[in-house]
Design a protein around this ligand. Structure first.
Ligand SMILES: *Cc1c(COP(=O)(O)O)cnc(C)c1O
Length: 338
């Protein structure tokens, strides 16, 4: 099976497993796991941020950040397609007791003026206190598209001017870095907190890292424990993350190229409607005419290709490190004859 359902389906390679098997470990709740400490230092240094915290998932790093930045009753400003709003089980309300101001952005991306218009008057007792802006780069539900860096800087300016904190859901930050030729330190200077996933394009089996200043990460460490995310000899997992950061970043360009090739094959089919601009490893497209989205998925499956329908009319392909050159060629052949 050629599995395009998500970049979370990758399995650890032999070399990654070797790194996991030989990792020195200790009790991380005591701060004594040398491999987790090494991973946290590595990521903090990459982004030039003060401190980092290893967590089991990207949902947890996002939710810890929201909890640490807010008080119950505060409001978070984000795009309507945001993972933090759509796909984290109502965690903003459940964990932090916050409300959300949703912005209709452009494929998951919002602008500084939209943020500015969404800020409540802090002196109006009717209104929740606007506290945090959350951006997502790349945007998952926006088809893996990227922000222009200057647009994020403009949002940072609005946040500073209005005493708002700025969080980045960087589940696929490395896809954006590679596609836009940006550096992690640019991001470190722009955001109060960043969540980075190791288990998406980077190919680790488990794990995300939360970044911020020392005070924030100290608070986050307490919240991680409360959320049940204090792990013990989890250096075996952190070792996979270190391996991924050392070996699997530059190769993301290959995934982006493969995604482009698939996009080009889809463009030639009359039953394909809008294809979201393919900038990284995600291809979201509309199915029309002779197939419904679920019929199209079933047809792909008969041809040993797995993808998912994200709505009644939209299908998503995600390219990742377990998708080989020959799997892409096979996929292009199948698309051609449908
Ligand atoms: C996958 C993802 C996350 C985190 O997901 P987990 O499965 O909890 O690790 C967060 N944000 C975005 C945009 C994602 O795609």
């Amino acid at each position: 099976m050629i599995d395009f359902r998500s970049d979370t389906v990758t399995k650890p390679s032999k070399a990654m497993l070797d790194a996991m098997m030989t990792a020195p470990v200790g009790d991380d709740v005591f701060g004594e796991d040398p491999t987790i400490n090494a991973l946290e230092n590595l990521v903090a240094e990459m982004f030039a941020m003060e401190a980092a915290l290893f967590c089991p998932s990207g949902t947890m790093t996002n939710q810890i950040a929201i909890k640490a930045h807010t008080q119950p009753g505060d409001e978070i400003i984000c795009d309507i397609l945001s993972h933090v709003y759509q796909y984290e089980g109502g965690g903003i309300a459940f964990n932090s007791g916050c409300s959300v101001k949703l912005i209709q952005g452009n494929k998951g991306r919002i602008t500084a003026s939209q943020v500015e218009e969404s800020i409540n008057n802090a002196n109006d007792v009717h209104k929740p206190i606007s506290k945090l802006v959350s951006l997502e780069n790349t945007s998952n539900r926006g088809g893996g598209c990227c922000y222009n860096f200057n647009d994020m800087l403009a949002i940072q300016e609005v946040c500073k001017k209005n005493n708002l904190l700025l969080h980045l859901d960087g589940a696929r930050i490395f896809n954006a870095l590679v596609a836009k030729k940006e550096t992690p330190t640019q991001y470190g200077k722009t955001f109060n907190s960043i969540s980075v996933c190791l288990s998406k394009g980077l190919g680790a089996p488990v794990g995300s890292v939360l970044l911020g200043n020392k005070n924030f990460i100290q608070k986050a460490r307490r919240i991680r424990k409360v959320f049940g995310g204090g792990m013990r000899q989890a250096g075996v997992l952190a070792a996979a993350g270190i391996y991924a950061l050392q070996n699997n970043i530059n190769r993301l360009a290959q995934d982006h190229l493969h995604a482009k090739q698939i996009e080009q094959a889809l463009q030639k089919k009359d039953f394909i409607g809008e294809i979201f601009p393919v900038e990284t490893n995600i291809i979201i497209f509309e199915i029309k005419g002779k197939y419904t989205a679920s019929e199209f998925i079933a047809l792909l499956k008969e041809n040993n290709i797995l993808a998912i329908a994200i709505s009644n009319t939209q299908v998503r392909f995600v390219v990742h490190l377990d998708i080989t050159e020959s799997m892409v060629q096979q996929t292009l052949e199948v698309i051609k004859k449908l």
